[in-house]
Ligand binder design. Structure first.
Ligand code: CO
Length: 223
C-alpha cells in the first residue's frame, strides 16, 4: 500500500539523489556535524522558509518558527532553542524575521477571533498598543500591516536581547548579535530594519534608532 504522502516521499528521494549527484560528500559531511552561524526566528508561514530565501544550503541556519515570529519570555520552546543555539552551537547571529502581509499580524489589526491562537497573538496585540499612535497615522490597512510587522520584529529583538541566555553570553564576552528583518512576499526581498544589537549597552540606542527610522519613512517606501 502506498502512503497518502507518496508525492512527498518521492520528492524526498529525488531531492536526495540530486544533492548526491551535485556533491557525493554532501550528506556524509552534514551527518557528522552542524555548525550554523545563524539562529533564525521567523513566522511559521509556508511562504517564508529560512535557508531557501537567503540562498543557503541545509546546515547553515538553526531555525525556530512560530505564528508571527514572537519571542515570549515564558515560551520554553523558543527559549530552549535560543539556549541551545547560543550555548552549544555558539551561533554568532540571531535574526528575527517578520514578513509583510503576515496573517497573524492582520488578525491582530482586524481584532478577529481565530481561536486558541488569539492568546498567542496577544503578544503582538501588546506591540500594537505600545505603538498605537504611530499605527494611527497610517490610514491604509496594508500600510498598518507593514508597519506592525516591522514594529513586531523590532520588539522581538528587544525580547531576545533580554533573555538570560543572550545577556549571559554578552557578559562572558561571547560574540553575538541580534538583528531585525522583514521579508516581502511580493518580490522576495528582505528588508533590513537596521537594528543590530551586539551588547547590552547597545540595545536601547539601537531600539530607539530603529523606531526613529521607521517614523521618518512611510511604510510603503520600505517595502
Ligand atoms: Co506570518
Amino acid at each position: 500500500m502506498t502512503s497518502p504522502l507518496q508525492d512527498l516521499l518521492d520528492g524526498n528521494r529525488r531531492w536526495s539523489a540530486a544533492r548526491h549527484a551535485e556533491d557525493p560528500h554532501f550528506f556524509e559531511y552534514l551527518a557528522k556535524q552542524q555548525s550554523p552561524k545563524y539562529l533564525w526566528i521567523g513566522c511559521s508561514d509556508s511562504r517564508v522558509p529560512a535557508t531557501q530565501i537567503v540562498d543557503l544550503p541545509p546546515g547553515e541556519i538553526f531555525v525556530q518558527r512560530n505564528v508571527a515570529n514572537v519571542v515570549a519570555h515564558s515560551d520554553l520552546n523558543c527559549l530552549s532553542t535560543i539556549q541551545f543555539a547560543v550555548d552549544i552551537l555558539k551561533v554568532e547571529h540571531i535574526i528575527i524575521v517578520g514578513h509583510y502581509g503576515c496573517g497573524g499580524i492582520q488578525a491582530v489589526l482586524d481584532e478577529r477571533r481565530l481561536g486558541l491562537v488569539d492568546n498567542w497573538l496577544r503578544h503582538v496585540g501588546d506591540v500594537a498598543e505600545k505603538h498605537s499612535s504611530m499605527l494611527a497615522t497610517l490610514d491604509v490597512m496594508a500600510l498598518r500591516n507593514a508597519r506592525l510587522c516591522e514594529l513586531n520584529a523590532i520588539e522581538q529583538v528587544t525580547n531576545t536581547c533580554r533573555t538570560t541566555m543572550v545577556m549571559d553570553a554578552w557578559e562572558r564576552g561571547q560574540k553575538l548579535s541580534v538583528h531585525a528583518w522583514c521579508y516581502s512576499l511580493d518580490n522576495g526581498h528582505m528588508n533590513d530594519l537596521n537594528m543590530h544589537v551586539d551588547s547590552r549597552a547597545a540595545l536601547q540606542p539601537a531600539y530607539e534608532n530603529a523606531l526613529q527610522r521607521l517614523m521618518r519613512l512611510p511604510a510603503a517606501q520600505q517595502r
